[in-house]
Design a protein around this ligand. Sequence first.
Ligand code: TRP
Ligand code: SF4
Length: 449
Amino acid sequence: MRIADEKVDIPPSASATVMTTKLDPWGAVSIEDYSKLFEEFGISSFDAILPQIDDPHTYMKRHIIFGHRDYQLVLDAMKEGKPFSVMSGFMPSGRVHLGGKMVMEEIIWHQEHGADAFVAIADMEAHSVRGVSWDKCRKMGIEEYVLSLIALGFEPAGHIYFQSHSSTVRDLAFELAGSAHFSELSAIYGFSGETSVAHMVSVIMQSADILHPQLKENGGPKPVVIPVGSDQDAHIRLTRDLARRMRKFLVEDRNEYVSVRGKAAGPDMIEAAADYLLENGCHRLKRYEEHIDVYDAAGAQDIEELVRRFEVEEGGYGFVPPASLYHRFMTGLAGGKMSSSRPESHIALTEDPKEAARKVMKAVTGGRQSLAEQKKLGGEPDGCSVYELMLFHLSDEEEELQEIYEECRNGTRMCGTCKKVAAERIKRFLEEHQRGRKAARERLREYGL
Ligand code: TRP
Ligand code: SF4
């Protein structure tokens, strides 16, 4: 296993007010230029690692997943048949729409590729941030999210849980809260003296969601990938920092040797760690009071793994900073962002299929004012909500998309044609999905729900 990169994820600019790209998990975001995210927040380009994946998901192939943090760790585990997890969560505060389907598909793809999968229904977040009653959280969690997740193919070997029902996650949240400070939460999220404590707790709950697949009872430290929209990156950065803060040791590759430093480990524990390394085949090491220098040929990754194992035996966590995947958002059907609070902008997975088809027929496209103008200038498929429906959800064929794109650009395709195709397909998709949801209802017990 590779060592997760140790640099801190929150660049100095993130805490200042000079940020130009704001990622606000609770507010409206408009992210005009995703490449800014690479520079400002240190998200890596997904395209650079895409060639390593033999059968990438369509979102990967189509560059809809555009960025990641530390996904290499997950890929390595996947290839070597080592344990890894996928984890994400849904706030049950509105209807599940096509945006939620994207995250669900990414979770399921990783489950199919060997991940132990975890899904949180974030009822504590919905309750504290959006004021949703517990009854409604329960109902919406199951009726909207869980049924669709199962209908899309989530297998019962994975874990679906409500935050408020998991004492494991709540206990971990309390531990993490001991290492999180008000000043950083206010720098990341803009929390002020008026922010409710419950809102802060829900942020720490999310970090606990993300880290709990690595607890001893879930098989211990391992790479975990969190597929999310790019607006959730603030949570990921905070959680990666907390993961590092909870470590007892810091392992650093210094080229000639590997340094194992006690962060929250006194001289006795460092002594014991040195013994443990010796017993496990690292014979060339120098002991100091606060650190150990290991000169063995063993790679830094192997030493990191040994140290993690020792740390867990000593009651520590040994967390690997969680990896993440970021996807682009779809353009809303009414133009602008697709938002769960604006029904005309999205298509819910529980929506009447005919109504959905009607919405598509009325959608704002990248077309011109008149047919004549469209023939002359061509349309603009980039940012066209109907083209994106095809690209994100309704077409399996690259050639078909290519053709639509080109015909649109050169003015030989009219929006009516696209709309008719997309409307028919969304109707068929929803009919089938809703049949799947009915079948899923009968299977809830298999999932412990
Ligand atoms: N905060 C997320 C949202 O607003 C939901 C969520 C809760 C989550 N726990 C999570 C997302 C863990 C990813 C990982 O939808
Ligand atoms: Fe969009 Fe199709 Fe119209 Fe082009 S022709 S703008 S892809 S709906």
